[in-house]
Design a protein around this ligand. Structure first.
Ligand SMILES: Nc1ncnc2c1ncn2[C@@H]1O[C@H](COP(=O)(O)OP(=O)(O)OP(=O)(O)O)[C@@H](O)[C@H]1O
Ligand SMILES: [Mg+2]
Length: 228
C-alpha cells in the first residue's frame, strides 16, 4: 500500500527532518509512528499525503509514485486517502450533518447519495444523534469523531492520522482509538502518529519509532519506547 525508498527530507535552511527512511506498509495494517517531538513524524505523514515532496528517494502509494506529484494532481490523489489532524476545524455555521454533507458535495457526490451516506457515516462514528448539533455544542472527542467521519467520506482504503488524540483526555482518546480500530477491521489501513505511550502499548500493533529523522525500530507488535 505504501512504500518509501531511501527517503530524505530537508526543509529550507538545511533542516534535516528525515533521512534513510525505508518503510513498507501493507493493506489492512495498523501502524503507529512514534518518536520524540521533532523526530519527523509529521514530516513522514506530510510526505505520505503529498503535502510535501521528498528531497531524495521515492514514495509509492498503491504502486503510484507520488514523489513528484504536481499541485494539480494532489486533490485527486487525496481523494483516495483519509486524513485526520489534531487541529481539525469544522465549519461553525454548519451542523455536524451539514459539515459532512459539504465534504461530500466538494468531492462531487450526488445529492441523493449524500442524503443516504451522511447518516451512515455518522452512525459509524457514533454521532448520529448529533447530526443537527453545531460544532460549538460538541466536546473535543466528538469534534475529532466528526473529523474522522469527514475523512471517511471517500471510503478510503488508507486513513492517516497525525496526533488525533493530542488534545483529548484519556477517555476520549480511547474512544478515538477504538474507532480507528473499527475502521481498520472494516478493511482500511490505518497509520497513526502519536505521542501516547499508553495507547501504543495497549494496541499491540506494529510500531515504527523515529529518532532525529531516522527509523530506529520497526516492530511487528511494538511498545512505545524511544530507545533503540
Ligand atoms: N515546515 C517546516 N520548515 C522547516 N522545518 C520544519 C518544518 N516542519 C518541520 N520542521 C523541522 O523538521 C523536524 C521534524 O519535524 P516534525 O514536525 O516532522 O516532527 P514531529 O515528530 O512531528 O514532532 P511533534 O511530535 O512535535 O509533532 C524538526 O526539526 C522540525 O523543526
Ligand atoms: Mg508532529
Amino acid at each position: 500500500m505504501i512504500k518509501m525508498v531511501n527517503v530524505k527530507k530537508t526543509y529550507p535552511k538545511g533542516i534535516l527532518a528525515l533521512e534513510d527512511v525505508n518503510l513498507s506498509i501493507g493493506a489492512n495494517e495498523f501502524v503507529s509512528i512514534v518518536g520524540a517531538s521533532g523526530a519527523g513524524k509529521s514530516t513522514l505523514i506530510r510526505l505520505m499525503i503529498a503535502e510535501e515532496r521528498p528531497s531524495e528517494g521515492k514514495i509509492f502509494v498503491n504502486d503510484r509514485d507520488i514523489s513528484h506529484l504536481s499541485h494539480k494532481q494532489v486533490p485527486y490523489y487525496r481523494r483516495k486517502i483519509g486524513v485526520v489532524f489534531q487541529d481539525f476545524k469544522l465549519l461553525d455555521q454548519k451542523t455536524v450533518g451539514e459539515n459532512i454533507a459539504f465534504a461530500m458535495e466538494v468531492s462531487g457526490m450526488k445529492t441523493s447519495e449524500i442524503k443516504k451516506s451522511v447518516p451512515k457515516i455518522l452512525k459509524m462514528v457514533g454521532l448520529l444523534e448529533k447530526q443537527q448539533a453545531f460544532p460549538k455544542q460538541l466536546s473535543g472527542g466528538e469534534i475529532q469523531r466528526v473529523a474522522i467521519a469527514r475523512a471517511l467520506v471517500h471510503q478510503p482504503k488508507l486513513l492517516i492520522a497525525d496526533e488525533p488524540t493530542g488534545n483529548l483526555d484519556p477517555g476520549n482518546a480511547w474512544e478515538i482509538i477504538q474507532l480507528l480500530l473499527k475502521i481498520n477491521q472494516f478493511g482500511t489501513t490505518v497509520i497513526l502518529a502519536t505521542h501516547n505511550k499508553e495507547i501504543v502499548d495497549a494496541l499491540q500493533k506494529r510500531v515504527v519509532t523515529l529518532k532525529d529523522g531516522h527509523i530506529i525500530k520497526d516492530q511487528k507488535v511494538g511498545r512505545y519506547s524511544l530507545k533503540k
